[in-house]
Design a protein around this ligand. Structure first.
Ligand code: ATP
Ligand code: MG
Length: 571
């Protein structure tokens, strides 16, 4: 058991916001003086994949609850299945938890740390006639489990003597039998209404190299046998897990009741896992997306993985706020992915530096602006942060503007540029469109010719003259080329897991989830650094990709500004 004692007096119960049911349970336990006032949670990932936003929810809960009540949280890798696990995953999981802003200090544990103890406890159960070696295959055993309404069939090996069981189990461990030839089962009740209690498998033979224990073991405990005892050994007070484990709880309790004679028990509490619309969350499916090349890797910015969200430009705060905002539920539900997008937008609005970029450029020439003249006009770095000041942006006769900001034949309500119309160029002058030219090859507008009102910039006589639209721009001579990656949802239906017989979630992939465009950016953006968040005015929030270099700037769009997607991305 862990010796750390969190002081019950320290717990900050002054917070008067409504409590969720987990907090109610913890406070009830604290008020009763249970566990000497300790609160100790754990986050128990299986290192068989990268963490996703669902795990982030669980991390925020486990670490958040411990923080709130002056307790501790362990990181425990549930590494009981050597065939699927990898150190690569261990390292990524640690990096992601740290990035989210949580610390397990030195309490980094592994279920494999307990293999010897778990083995000894298995022998104890055998000696007490509560476990037996079954010579049948796992498939055969599963066929004999019965159904919810009919009892299972007892194995012909169920009534072996203690001596024979002990001998066989030791020989299993010694590597005398082939993989899959025998298992150790708990002897509980083949007619139990809870199917998990029908003599569940405790150990199986696997000849695989384990990322920590190497080749020391060739029998491995099942998760159901390891989990409760691991919680017990670590002195976990509140073992918070998702709803699918509710039905496993009687089995965890059964093992602990057979093995431990203390009053202390970890208290398991279940909550509804996070499901997000337009998203798949199962690690198996995420692995399939990676392995079959539908995405560029676990950290593809379209993935719901923490590393994918990080690369896309999500901030730890935005994910923590999201986890807070959605709260905890006792029943399965689906959260709208737009709530996650809202959280990052809200966070980035405060901190992102404003810059100008043009994603779909068309050339604009101001015919009455002197050739060769360049003016540097001050542009606001962040209106949400007065301290951030301004930067000078170059203005000249030839500009790039967004193609969507010009219409040769304006429709009703279109307040941007059209022949004869006026708009303000952000941070600069009012211009009037005189005419335009069409590229005979493509049939598209290629140059727009305008005149400008020299008095209309800040400080000028007509600076306050009102026009209906304001558009952004970049000086052609000063623009840097950049690659910009625009993302849409990875799936085109709200529930990608809902597929007809014979179908696959793959069928629901959105073929347009990634669009790469060649954009023009203002000079200051070529000096962007990794980790800086930007708002490209009117276009959304953008984040330098890992592929970014000053010679070839590459940005990911984290999220659009509200309601601008339809207007600017041609969707
Ligand atoms: P997956 O189903 O995606 O493969 P898992 O449950 O097998 O995930 P684990 O590594 O076992 O993944 O999960 C570690 C912890 O994260 C567990 O406590 C689990 O309950 C929790 N968790 C996993 N997915 C979610 C989710 N979608 N919402 C909340 N918690 C989750
Ligand atoms: Mg799991």
């Amino acid at each position: 058991m862990n010796s750390e004692k969190a002081n019950a007096e320290d717990k900050s119960l002054e917070n008067t916001s409504p409590r969720n049911f987990l907090e109610e349970i913890i406070e009830e336990d604290l008020n009763k003086g249970k566990n000497g006032g300790r609160v100790h949670t754990r986050f128990p990932p299986e290192p068989n994949g990268y963490l996703h936003i669902g795990h982030a929810k669980s991390i925020c809960l486990n670490f958040g609850l411990a923080q709130k009540y002056g307790g501790l949280t362990n990181l425990r890798f549930d590494d009981t299945n050597p065939t699927k696990e990898d150190v690569e995953y261990v390292e990524s999981i640690k990096e992601d938890i740290r990035w989210l802003g949580f610390s397990w200090d030195d309490r980094e544990y592994y279920a494999s740390d307990y293999f010897q103890q778990l083995y000894e406890w298995a022998e104890k159960l055998i000696k007490e006639g509560k476990a037996y070696v079954d010579d049948q295959s796992a498939e055969e055993i599963s066929r004999q489990r019965g159904t919810i309404t009919t009892p299972g069939i007892e194995s012909p090996y169920r009534n072996r003597s203690v001596e024979e069981n002990l001998d066989l189990f030791r020989r299993m461990r010694a590597g005398e039998f082939p993989e899959g030839s025998r298992v150790l089962r708990a002897k509980i009740d083949m007619a139990h209404p809870n199917m998990l209690m029908r003599d569940p498998i405790m150990y199986r033979i696997i000849y695989a190299h384990h990322h920590r224990t190497g080749d020391k073991w060739c029998i491995y405990p099942m998760y159901d046998y390891a989990h409760g005892q691991s919680d017990y050994l670590e002195g976990i007070t509140h073992s918070i897990c998702t709803l699918e484990f509710e039905i496993h709880r009687p089995l965890y309790d059964w093992f602990l009741d057979q093995l431990m004679d203390t009053e202390y028990r970890p208290r398991q509490i279940e909550f509804a896992r996070l499901n997000l619309s337009y998203t798949v969350m199962s690690k198996r499916k995420l692995l399939q997306l990676v392995k079959e090349g539908y995405v560029s890797g676990w950290d593809d910015p379209r993935m719901p993985t923490i590393c994918g969200l990080r690369r896309r430009g999500y901030t730890p705060e935005s994910i923590r706020n999201f986890a807070d905002r959605i709260g905890v539920a006792r029943r399965d539900n689906v959260i709208d992915v737009s709530l996650l997008e809202f959280s990052v937008r809200e966070n980035l609005n405060k901190r992102a530096i404003r810059r100008l970029a043009v994603l779909n450029p068309v050339k604009l020439v101001i015919e009455n602006y002197p050739e060769g003249q360049v003016e540097y006009l001050p542009a606001v770095n962040n209106p949400e942060d007065p301290e951030s000041g301004t930067r000078p942006i170059p203005f000249a006769r030839e500009l790039w503007i967004e193609r969507e900001d010009f219409l040769a034949e304006p429709v009703k309500g279109f307040h941007r540029l059209f022949p004869g119309g006026e708009v303000r160029l952000k941070y600069a002058y009012i211009i009037k469109c005189e005419r335009f030219e069409i590229d005979p090859q493509t049939g598209e507008v290629c140059t727009i010719y305008c005149t400008y009102d020299p008095q209309s910039k800040t400080g000028g006589a007509t600076a306050n003259r009102k026009v209906k639209g304001t558009i952004h721009w970049i000086s052609v001579a000063h623009a840097h080329a950049a690659e910009v990656r625009l993302y849409d949802r990875l799936f085109n239906v709200p529930d990608p897991d809902d597929v007809p017989e014979g179908g696959s979630f793959i069928d629901h992939l959105n073929p347009n989830s990634l669009r790469v465009v060649s954009a023009y950016i203002e000079p200051a953006l070529a000096e962007a650094r990794q980790g800086e968040h930007f708002q490209f005015e009117r276009l959304g929030y953008f984040f330098p990709d890992y592929d970014f270099t000053p010679e070839k700037p590459v940005f990911n769009r984290t999220v659009t500004l509200k309601d601008t997607w339809a207007k600017f991305a041609g969707k």
